[in-house]
Design a protein around this ligand. Structure first.
Ligand code: ATP
Length: 303
């Protein structure tokens, strides 16, 4: 039995690895990437993680050569800190994630994780270290159990349920006629944007990565759902030291960040804490005042 179980285990791990690659491919398609996935260099080593610091160094990038998105972009995300990236729509906030995850490579400049050039490390090990709660969570045409388990393919049913509980989506799921066996995704049951993001949080909880990316949905969740979602992220994903990057559209979600990076015209326009940036009286201050007046008129309309 022992002799037989060894190769079976081995095959099992190859199968899981393949499935994880498939997941990456599917995420890739969802992001509508048109170039091939990055290949490992021959001498690529696995990423040696320490605290999960991230550094962009003079990064230049554009989806089309005649339309640069980043021009010599440089910034540092310190290990274990909560950092927010803000800036006008289309300035490249989500692109930061796509470069870090190596859906695309910069045309010049370098990106480091724990001072290792990501171009030189094995892609699989890089992606294993990064969890993402995307704007629009890709759900596969399958049941909810399977969809959450994608975070870690060897998770047991109980582990999936525990993650869903932490992400405050378990009660919603058990309230569905078929519970965890309910089919979602294309042609499946429609679920709300907030519920999808909670399923994504449950997925990431199973993956338990040292680096976390959260891409706030642009499609407005109502203020209550948004507050609840942020609360569940804070009490679950951020209950232990992780480097976390929040791509934020609504500034009220970034006030508590250790560092806020303001992007504009392909570069860092300003950076600091919420108080520091307000005192500076520049772009962030301007965006804050603008959003405060938008929120005020929103709440006047709601009341
Ligand atoms: P938002 O705040 O609206 O979500 P963002 O700051 O996250 O925007 P990105 O999604 O990073 O911006 O996109 C930066 C720019 O690149 C945008 O002008 C966008 O239209 C363009 N872009 C994004 N993805 C692609 C792509 N696959 N091909 C071509 N252009 C793209």
């Amino acid at each position: 039995i022992f002799q037989l179980s060894l190769p079976l285990n081995f095959l099992g791990s190859i199968y899981r690895e393949l499935r994880q690659n498939l997941l990456d491919m599917e995420v890739l398609f969802n992001l509508q990437t048109d170039n091939a996935p990055a290949k490992d260099k021959e001498d690529a080593k696995p990423l040696a993680l320490k605290g999960g610091s991230i550094r962009f160094e003079n990064v230049n990038f554009g989806y089309h050569p005649d339309r640069p998105i980043f021009r010599n972009l440089s910034f540092t995300v310190p290990a274990g800190k909560k950092v927010a990236i803000v800036g006008p729509s289309g300035c490249g906030k989500s692109t930061v994630f796509r470069l870090l995850y190596r859906f695309y490579d910069p045309s010049s400049g370098r990106i480091f994780v724990d001072e290792q050039h990501i171009h030189d490390v094995q892609l699989q090990s890089l992606r294993k270290s990064i969890g993402v709660v995307p704007q629009d969570t890709p759900l596969f045409h399958s049941d909810i159990m399977h969809n959450v388990r994608y975070g870690r393919l060897d998770a047991t049913d109980d582990e999936v349920k525990a993650a869903a509980k932490k992400a405050s989506v378990h009660d919603t799921v058990v309230g569905l006629p078929e519970g965890y066996k309910t089919t979602v995704g294309e042609r499946g049951l429609m679920i709300s944007g907030g519920e999808k993001q909670r399923l994504a949080i449950a997925r990431v909880l199973l993956k338990d990565p040292p680096i976390l990316f959260f891409d706030e949905a642009t499609s407005a969740l109502d203020a209550h759902t948004e507050t609840e979602l942020m609360r569940s992220i804070n009490s679950t994903l951020l209950d232990k030291a992780r480097t976390s990057i929040f791509i934020a559209h609504r500034l009220r979600t970034v006030v508590e960040a250790d560092l806020i990076i303001v992007l504009k015209d392909g570069q860092v326009a300003e950076q600091g804490t919420h108080e520091e940036l307000l005192r500076l009286g520049g772009l962030y201050h301007h965006m804050w005042v603008q959003q405060a007046s938008d929120n005020l008129s929103e709440s006047l309309i709601e009341s």
